[in-house]
Write a protein that binds this ligand. Structure first.
Ligand SMILES: Nc1ncnc2c1ncn2[C@@H]1O[C@H](COP(=O)(O)OP(=O)(O)OP(=O)(O)O)[C@@H](O)[C@H]1O
Length: 576
């Protein structure tokens, strides 16, 4: 059953599934207490609106009767009401925002934990229909989800309660309307203003919906076009050097203007549609001022109600209509809320799928053995094709193995499997207990921060003093950077590829891992520098076992063993 903007029961279930955790978490009493206070403040807000509505009656009657005493007493009542209203308005918003940020903090923490746990962030990319932009789900969608859910649910509560209260008021104020229907018969309509208000609001909201509906899609498209335009600008910044070498400015400029053209075209359509909507809504709002006055006027001139009653009726009519309009005004928000909930549900579903997957990779045991033992290891591609069959291998401290083979034969995938990252593998891997490992890829990951943080990433086993860092930098021919240890930079943009690879060797010298995995870790270096770095590893890390992947023939002389893969399952192991 579709209720509005694609909102149906399944959707509400998904939404509850995403939302409920916080209200049943370790923070549940705080969350529930705050929610109760906010709901109470919302109800108080409606109650004060009712009191204000009554106040208008009293005030205008005092004016009509030239009753100065009543006039001043009404002023006093107004001051008290206004004071309470201000306090309620301030705290209702403040506490709602407090609940929103607490809830978002809790959800963000949960999502980050699940995303980082069991390397889900990595395994997510390997499954089909993988989640696009998990970063956006965690930063943007969680913010929107908490915000929209609170805004819409509290808005709905307030609109419903306001509607009920003011319908009751209008009912009392309306009196009856007697309409002659010919032949001397008359029909008496009780609470006729209520029916007019409902009819007026329903017709108005339906027309607003008809005229404004295309705006939802147009606004959605606008965001997409703006994001595309921004993305193309970011790509120029990220690839500025290559584009400058190619002299690709004209081509880039054309692509910017194409994308910006879509932004402009869509904005014109929004403007046109907005203009039609404004014609309608402003006319509708003006008529809404007169309609209740016109309808109540006969009773006023017949002296059945006083001026206060007339004003009160008109205001109550406005409130009924406002609260009914809530549903249509929330229409675009509902559509966005649905999109956010769908995206988050998809993201959570994919994380659960990854965790429940039976493709868990090779079994890795820790044992009190002196060697890394690989037994009957099969490595496959996600589509089931076999890369490596029945590999058996043993490596001890100080050993060094070079993995070779044509491009695409599965060398990097073997390293992933040994590190426990690749889920499409079967077999046993035994690693010596309590030993550490470090992975040096072709392009080392350089986190944002100071050069010191970059060098020590992801954190050394022992505290490291500056002398040791300087020493490792000098050995890796990076002494030129010693003065910049505390400088914050985007280091992956500043340093050359060869320098970045030497940074990875500094890490290896500082961390002194028991196992060092290197995937083309010297590909950007000249051969003499490569020789220096491998010599350093032999001299300074004599007990570290090395497994390297590389194409260069020069690598043979730095390793004791060579494993060659053919990419369709076969392999051979040689002693060099
Ligand atoms: N995430 C993935 N999804 C699907 N296929 C993948 C994935 N990662 C790697 N592959 C495929 O696995 C095969 C082996 O890739 P791998 O990176 O291990 O090769 P390689 O021998 O290291 O190649 P190169 O020498 O070019 O670096 C390739 O055909 C590659 O396309």
């Amino acid at each position: 059953m579709v209720l509005l903007a694609g909102i149906n029961l399944d959707f509400l279930k998904d939404c509850w599934q995403l939302a409920r955790g916080y209200w049943f978490s370790e923070e549940k009493w705080r969350a529930r207490g705050l929610t109760a206070v906010i709901v109470t403040l919302n109800l108080a807000y409606v109650y004060i609106s009712v009191l204000f509505n009554n106040w208008y009656n009293r005030f205008y009657n005092a004016l009509q009767n030239f009753d100065s005493e009543e006039f001043f007493s009404a002023q006093l009542e107004f001051s008290v009401l206004a004071g309470i209203y201000i306090i309620v308005a301030v705290y209702q918003l403040y506490l709602q925002q407090m609940l929103e940020i607490n809830w978002r903090r809790w959800m963000t923490q949960q999502y980050l934990d699940s995303w980082l746990a069991k390397r889900t962030y990595y395994r997510l990319q390997l499954i089909e229909n993988n989640t696009d932009n998990p970063d956006q789900r965690i930063s943007e969608d969680l913010r929107l989800f908490t915000n929209y859910t609170l805004r819409l649910s509290l808005g709905l509560l307030r609109a419903m309660v306001t509607l009920v209260c003011f319908i009751a008021i209008l009912w009392q104020l309306s009196g009856t309307l007697t309409v002659p229907i010919g032949g001397g018969t008359e029909v008496t309509i009780f609470g006729y203003m209520v029916w007019v208000a409902l009819l007026y609001a329903i017709i108005g909201t339906w027309l607003t919906h008809k005229i404004g509906k295309p705006l939802t899609k147009l606004n959605f498209d606008q965001q997409r076009y703006e994001a595309d335009f921004r993305f193309s600008l970011v790509r120029l910044r990220e690839n500025s050097e290559s584009i400058a070498f190619y002299g690709g400015e004209a081509r880039e400029g054309q692509s910017f203007m194409d994308r910006f053209g879509s932004v402009l075209d869509n904005f014109w359509q929004i403007m046109k549609r907005q203009k039609q909507l404004t014609w309608f809504t402003s006319g509708y709002a003006q008529i809404a001022v007169i309609v209740p006055l016109l309808l109540a006027a006969p009773r006023y001139f017949a002296k059945e109600i006083q001026l206060g009653g007339l004003v009160q009726t008109s205001l109550a009519f406005g409130k009924v209509q406002d609260s009914l309009s809530f549903f249509v005004e929330s229409y675009p928000l509902l559509a966005e809320w649905k999109a956010v909930v769908d995206r988050l549900t998809g993201f959570v579903g994919n994380m659960e799928k990854v965790n429940a997957s039976t493709d868990t990779g090779a079994t890795i045991h820790q044992a009190a053995a002196p060697a890394l033992m690989v037994s009957d290891l099969n490595v496959d591609l996600p589509d089931g094709r076999r890369l490596l069959s029945e590999l058996n291998l043993s490596l001890t401290a100080g050993d060094s193995l070079l993995v070779a083979g044509p491009s695409g034969s599965g060398k990097s995938t073997l390293l992933r499997t040994l590190a426990g990252l690749w889920p499409y593998a079967q077999g046993d891997i035994t690693v010596p207990e309590g030993q550490s490992s470090l992975f040096l890829p072709q392009k080392a990951y350089l986190p944002l921060g100071t050069l010191r943080e970059v060098l020590l990433y992801p954190g050394p086993r022992q505290p490291v003093n500056d002398e040791d860092i300087y020493m490792a930098m000098s050995l890796c021919k990076l002494e030129g950077l010693k003065e910049q240890l505390d400088r914050v930079e985007e280091w992956s943009h500043v340093l050359s590829l060869g320098e970045q690879q030497r940074i990875a060797f500094v890490r290896a010298l500082i961390h002194k891992p028991d196992w060092l995995f290197m995937d083309e870790a010297t590909s950007a270096l000249d051969e003499p520098t490569e020789r220096v770095l491998y010599k350093l590893l032999c001299e300074h890390l004599p007990n570290t076992a090395m497994i390297s992947v590389g194409h260069r023939g020069t690598l043979n002389s730095y390793h004791k063993k060579k494993l060659t893969l053919d990419g369709v399952g076969r392999w051979s192991l040689l002693t060099l």
